[in-house]
Design a protein around this ligand. Structure first.
Ligand SMILES: CC(C)(COP(=O)(O)OP(=O)(O)OC[C@H]1O[C@@H](n2cnc3c(N)ncnc32)[C@H](O)[C@@H]1OP(=O)(O)O)[C@@H](O)C(=O)NCCC(=O)NCCSC(=O)CC(=O)O
Length: 438
């Protein structure tokens, strides 16, 4: 669908903080920020359905409150657009060209010596609803921070509607920018910056356009219900307990969380759908939030990055064999236990290993990663006109990762966004459904 032909830009504006103060603001980067220095930005897209939404109501009521509350939430860019695309089609879970959502996403302007932190695009779909997209620089905001930012904005916008004067933020939504909570006695922050300079072969603030080849991709959304996850958990535990008995080992506790089981199940379907060689190398992993894991802990309202990526390796055969899901779940569980023990903190070579991995992706190594988290309640961001109908992480078509979020229906399930080539997506969809049958 040629959505770009039907998108009209109405306004590009800079929304400034709601204050007369022109205080200079300096924001040092920590090692967890420089870890993401040139990484492609994260694009999150929230669709709000309002049938019978007229341009008049949107421009006279919704938009002014969004802008007012946005200025209260301290923002930088706001391109405003209008689209005649079909809202229902864009927000269904079916298979769509990956590029279809691109016109709804604002570009983050970065150059050699300057980089915007966030860009916002609000798009009206007359008589259908509107969408809000946030593109955020990963060296400035991790997933917890950028979803908290949208939550804060939504909260202030909702409060404005109550007409009780200027609203103020709840303590848990009030950001903390205190960089001193991140300790880096050996200067790993600069090590990471130098890793990025070596990788990009230039000393530039420009973000990478993508980390994987991404032409001809389609996008689709899948759901695992709580029951599906329990079914996967039962199968995985049965297999791992049998292995323990066979090898006469004490049963070891496996971290069989919703997150681990979702990843194990989806990664196995992905490797099968991609049909790579049996002995091909697969590198798989995820990003962990360290706020509660550092000593002393970092406040939950810390805004910046407090996340690190962790990967492990196997061959495609390990995934495609009968016990593939249990194999992957066990590997992921071991990594999480290592994180809990603090084994990966202060690793100087953490980024260079990942950059080597990114390079190897163009040499036939399969990479499996995750954007977002089952811990972010993105469907809770209600600006006053209802919860989002759909939330997507559009930028997975730059990283090849899967996109995770809590299910919209609050039932304890997980929503999974996937990008693949068309034939692979068809195979993935069948494998995903078939694997859950009794
Ligand atoms: C390391 C982990 C991935 C492991 O997850 P697990 O769920 O397996 O393990 P856990 O110990 O955290 O949680 C165990 C159980 O407690 C629940 N639980 C724990 N903390 C929770 C929280 N804050 N909110 C909701 N649930 C929580 C879990 O759902 C799970 O229950 P149950 O048994 O039901 O499962 C996670 O701890 C973590 O750090 N998640 C956040 C990762 C993150 O921030 N990613 C974004 C990276 S930035 C990015 O990607 C860009 C972007 O998003 O913008």
């Amino acid at each position: 669908m040629a959505l770009s032909n039907t998108l009209k830009i109405h306004e590009v504006t800079q929304v400034t903080p709601f204050s007369d103060s022109t205080t200079e603001f300096s924001h040092p980067l920590t090692l967890y920020d420089t870890f993401w220095f040139n990484f492609p930005p994260v694009e999150r897209l929230y669709f709000y359905q309002i049938t019978d939404l007229t341009p008049h109501f949107f421009y006279s009521f919704i938009l002014p409150d969004l802008k007012h509350s946005l200025s209260l939430t301290l923002l930088h860019y706001l391109p405003l657009a209008e689209s005649t695309a079909d809202f229902n089609s864009l927000t269904d879970n079916g298979v769509h060209e990956a590029v279809e959502l691109h016109p709804l996403i604002p570009q983050l302007v970065t150059s050699d010596d300057k980089a915007a932190m966030i860009a916002i695009q609000i798009t009206l779909f007359p008589n259908q609803g509107f969408s809000i997209a946030i593109t955020s620089h990963h060296a400035i905001l991790d997933g917890k921070s950028s979803t908290m930012f949208i939550k804060s904005w939504a909260y202030l916008c909702k409060q404005l509607g109550k007409d009780e004067g200027e609203p103020s933020l709840l303590p848990e939504l009030t950001p903390s920018f205190d960089r001193t909570v991140i300790k880096d006695p050996t200067g790993i922050d600069m090590e990471y910056v130098n890793n990025w300079f070596a990788y990009t072969n230039t000393r530039s603030l420009k973000v990478l356009p993508n980390v994987v080849q991404n032409t001809d991709w389609v996008r689709a959304t899948f759901e695992l219900t709580r029951d599906d996850i329990q079914k996967i958990r039962n199968q995985v535990l049965l297999i791992l307990n049998k292995d323990n008995e066979k090898e006469d080992r004490q049963p070891r506790q496996v971290h069989s969380s919703t997150f681990v089981l979702t990843l194990a199940y989806v990664f196995v379907c992905l490797v099968k759908a991609r049909r790579g060689p049996d002995n091909g190398r697969v590198v798989f992993g995820f990003t962990a939030d360290l706020r509660t894991r550092l000593e002393p802990p970092v406040p939950l309202n810390y805004v910046g990055n407090c996340v690190m990526s962790h990967f492990c390796a196997a061959t495609a055969r390990d995934f495609t064999e009968e016990n593939g899901v249990a194999f992957v779940a066990k590997k992921l569980s071991d990594v999480i236990k290592g994180i809990e023990r603090g084994e990966f903190e202060g690793k100087k070579d953490a980024l260079s290993e990942i950059l080597r991995l990114i390079k190897s992706l163009s040499e036939g190594v399969q990479g499996l990663g995750v954007a977002g988290s089952t811990q972010f309640d993105v469907y809770g961001s209600d600006f006053r006109w209802g919860r989002p109908k759909k939330v997507e992480i559009v930028s997975i078509d730059k990283s090849g990762a899967i996109a995770l979020t809590k299910s919209r229906d609050k039932s304890g399930g997980v929503q999974i966004g996937v990008v693949l080539k068309k034939q692979e997506m068809e195979d993935f969809a069948s494998l995903f459904v078939d694997g859950l049958k009794d």
